[in-house]
Write a protein that binds this ligand. Sequence first.
Ligand code: PHE
Length: 520
Amino acid sequence: MVAHREGSIIVSELTLHWLEREVARILKRSGKPLSFEETAELTGRDVGSIAKAALWLLSKGLVTVEEYERRIYGLGEEGRIYAERGLPERRLLERLKSAGGRLDLRTLEKELGEKEFRIGINWARRMGWIEIEKIDENVYARLVSEPGESPEERVLGILKGGEREISELPEDLREACQRLASRPGVLETRTKRIHILRPTDALLKLSDSILEVEEVTKITPSMIASGAWRRVRLSRFDIWAPTPPAFAGKRHPLRELIKIVREVFVEMGFEEIKGPLVELAFWNFDALFQPQDHPAREMHDTFYLAEPEFGELPAHLVEPVRRAHEDGGDTGSTGWGYKWREEEARKLLLRTHTTATTIRWLADHHEPPVKVFSVDRIYRNEKVDWKHLAEFHQIEGIVMSENVSFRDLLGLIKEFYARLGLKNVRFRPSYFPYTEPSAEAIAYLEDKKTWLELIGMGIFRPEVTRPMGVKHRVLAWGGGLERLALALYDLDDIRTFYMNDLNWIRSLPVSYLSRKIGLI
Ligand code: PHE
């Protein structure tokens, strides 16, 4: 249909889908506006189909669609109880009646319970059912009228059968419904959108022959066999017809970045390694030459396991690591000069960095070359805010070879981040107990005009490598994934990645990041 785009209908060109024809026929016959629900009932179709047909008819200028919000009332938690047992004022009344029309307030309260009593007294008075009297020192409730079913009670009775819109209630009950709604917990309201289909003049003038002609979207074998195909008309395709948006299945944005990081590492010749989340302090700290009184070990930073509290140490590494800490052993170092305790190293914790996994790997792979990486979960006891999570991911890698240098490390890091679209990377000196020299890589974010901390890096110290039996230099680096993800997705709250806000996730096109970075 092209004609409707100019605002008029060329009837001879008008073709209608069978669903449109059904809806149009009903509307023309009824001659008045109908809601989607009414139309659905009259055509025997579901509301979704009617909505679809309505959009098509709308685009052809045959209907207008108006949208309204209606308030729907149903029973709330309290209301369901009242509908079963009666309103508090009614129950109070019943009690008064059985007591002969008068009862002191204290007894009433004891029998009905504080809450029910309070509500009951209040409303029974307001309705003029009771009066409060004071005789001597006592206060009494006295029955003054014996009402039949109250409007409120009738509303409750109706809503017990299912929720209703206010206009569906008899006129004399609407005020009572509002009153009930003002009582806490008695009614629940929600708004419902309703759509009204109104035929336009163009539709009302449409000839019956157009509405009756049989139109199909495809010809079936049985139509060919029966010869029915001669009598039907094939509907035209309208490639502009509105359709509901389709949200393609896709990776979570963070998973997409992880996938990209993996691909970049693999392209650069690295292999992925995995290690346990529950780790020995030995691998997380001791093997990395972090002294046992290092502040990072303390409870405010590390999640230690309560049960089981300890694990088994790799027996052949205990002595070399102890020596490295106490006096340097054969590493050429003087060590930290304190008494190393096995007990401390045997503690179990949630790994605080993937370097634990790296060093585990090195202990078993001490011959060059080694080129491995991990992208994995780590845990730190941080207070969660826009910049911090207690559970997040790190990117980590090492290269061990006969003749690698610090410059190779800088080059590798530059290359790695350039492939992620960060071309302006710089380095500044830093400190880690397990590397020497140590540095930090930062990247300039053009759009934000700020520097972003990417990773920590360095060459593992002999105190780390020698006890593991490693004789060559190991270039090592590691850093957070989520902060990088924030920059790449142009967000400013790290929690966004874990809130599963479908609107945001849907708003990102498939492979958004790969495209943005220019990988595809
Ligand atoms: N493990 C360090 C961190 O968690 C990063 C790092 C890894 C630094 C390897 C140097 C070498 O921040």
